[in-house]
Design a protein around this ligand. Structure first.
Ligand SMILES: [Cu+2]
Length: 161
């Protein structure tokens, strides 16, 4: 009878048993989510909040998911008055200063979706941190109209690089 309790404890220690919050080393990952995509959509994006709880900075250096060919770390910037996306090498995790990945800002770009992201479903996303290593989180898919601006126009900006 002790084994299930121990297993639960180990899961908790690994950070997978928190209520939609995850932990890798000293990095907390809060509320991963994505917008639902149209059946024909080729790309999507995932958002979450990174929170450093240790003394040292860490960096998110890569991401991967089985639902897309490729996941890239992106940011948005203004280029001649047009909002465009650019890949970034890493996303900093600074203790005491949460980094929000959100629509219109930093995000994890899902390129070449193998299936639409369906509202109410979730998919796994593996985040790799420079120091904390990899952690797999479940990304909740929310309605297509959830929060802020969409990724319209991203197809164009992706073609340019
Ligand atoms: Cu992007």
């Amino acid at each position: 009878m002790r084994i299930p309790a121990l297993a639960a404890l180990m899961m908790f220690a690994a950070g997978t048993a928190l209520a939609h919050g995850y932990k890798a080393g000293s990095v907390e990952i809060e509320h991963p989510w994505a917008r639902a995509t149209a059946p024909s959509a080729q790309n999507g994006a995932a958002y979450l909040v990174l929170n450093g709880t240790g003394k040292e900075n860490d960096r998110l250096v890569s991401a991967a998911t089985p639902v897309a060919e490729k996941a890239e770390l992106h940011t948005h910037l203004m280029d001649n008055g047009v909002m465009k996306m650019r890949p970034v090498d890493a996303i900093e995790v600074t203790p005491g200063s949460p980094t929000a990945l959100q629509p219109g800002g930093l995000h994890i770009m899902l390129l070449g979706l193998k299936q639409p992201l369906v509202k109410g479903k979730a998919f796994p996303l593996t985040l790799t941190f420079e120091k904390a290593g990899p952690v797999t989180v479940q990304v909740d898919v929310q309605g297509a109209g959830a929060a802020a601006p969409s990724h319209e126009g991203m197809g164009d900006s992706h073609k340019t690089h």
